[in-house]
Each structure stands twice: as C-alpha cells, then as structure tokens.
Design a binder for this molecule. Structure first.
Ligand SMILES: [Fe+2]
Length: 207
C-alpha cells in the first residue's frame, strides 16, 4: 500500500492449505460413525476444549473405518501442500497422520486459542457446519506493546478467519495459533481433527 511518502510492505506470510469437496461421498458414514462413538462414550467438555471432543479418549480414528479412507486422502493433500510449500519429495511423502479425533460443537461451545504441540502439520475436516462457523488463525507475535491500532487493516491484523464448510479440509503448521468463536446456533458442528508426525525422524533420512 502506497502512502504519500512511502509504502507498506506485507512480509513473512503465514500459510494455510484449503481444499473443498473432500470425501463428499463418505460424509454420511462419517457422521453415523461419529454419533455412534459419541453415544457409546459420552465424551464431555474439558478445560482445554469447550466442545464435546474425543481428543483424549478416542484419538486413533485414523486406524478404523471409515476414517482410514479419510486419512489416506488427507495424506495426499498434505503431500501436495508440503511440495508446494517447498519441502522435498521425501519429507512431503513421509508426514503421516498420528492422531485423529472428532469434536461436536453445540450452542455456546468454542475452542480456546491453541496450538498442537508435538505435531508437524495439523488440520481439520468439516463433516457438518453452520454458516456462522469460522476457524480463526492468529499471529501471537504481532501486537504493539504501546497500543493496538484504531483501524486494523491487512497490514496490522493479527487474525485471519476462514469459513468452515461441509467437506472442506484445512491444513496448517501445528504451531499456528487458532481458535473458534462461540457457537450461536443449536445445530451440531462436527469436525474431524488430526495431528501428524514425520516418519523419517527415526532414521534421519532426508534431513
Ligand atoms: Fe486445533
């Protein structure tokens, strides 16, 4: 953006990968399985997640049908993302899903700002969403110790919202801060979230 005396340069990008219409044909099966697991285990809100989450009790969905299929598709998207980002073929091919769980959001639910420690790439796959559902990403380093600007714009914002849509997949580096706004409507928001690990860490290959 030009000013009368100079120019503002937006530098140091943050990157999120988004893909739509992912596993659309599996959507109903995902929903059925998630409700079956939820009913059986009655997961409750906890201090980290103000939503119904299977994060602690059932976080290996990637090993069971029909989520095994989603995992294969997610790993292909991770490969695309990482190659385009600039990683080499070996690294892009060996980032694998290591945890997968579901969240069910109801009226009044939200996620606190958080990262995913111990993971390299994290992501969310949206099974059922509402128009008001957004995932907000933050740059926690971007704030003024003196004062926040009165008019936040593309050069000063530290938050970027991305709308959650049915069958949309979002991928991002696991240390990127994110949260959700409080849900206002009753209809369940159903999300499958996951973490990944680098399979080559054990061998040191490709580093
Ligand atoms: Fe998260």
């Amino acid at each position: 953006m030009k000013t009368s005396k100079g120019e503002l340069l937006a530098i140091l990008p943050q990157t999120v990968y988004a893909a739509d219409d992912v596993c659309t044909e599996y959507n109903e099966r995902f929903k059925e399985e998630i409700y079956a697991l939820w009913k059986d285990n009655a997961f409750k809100n906890n201090e980290y997640f103000n939503v119904y989450s299977s994060h602690h009790e059932k976080n290996s969905l990637h090993r069971i049908a029909p989520f095994k299929h989603l995992t294969r598709v997610v790993e292909e998207h991770i490969y695309e993302f990482l190659l385009a980002y600039g990683y080499n073929e070996f690294i892009a091919r060996n980032i694998k899903v290591s945890q997968m769980w579901f969240n069910i959001g109801e009226k009044g639910n939200y996620l606190f700002p958080h990262t995913h420690p111990g993971s390299f790439i994290s992501g969310a796959y949206y099974v059922q969403t509402n128009e008001e559902n957004w995932l907000q990403f933050y740059d926690p380093n971007k704030f003024s110790a003196v004062a926040q600007p009165d008019n936040v714009n593309d050069f000063s914002t530290n938050m970027y919202p991305i709308q959650c849509k049915d069958n949309r997949l979002l991928l991002f580096h696991s240390d990127l801060h994110h949260d959700t706004v409080e849900q206002k409507c009753e209809r369940h928001k159903i999300v499958i979230s996951f973490n990944t690990t680098a399979m080559f860490w054990k061998t040191g290959e490709g580093m």
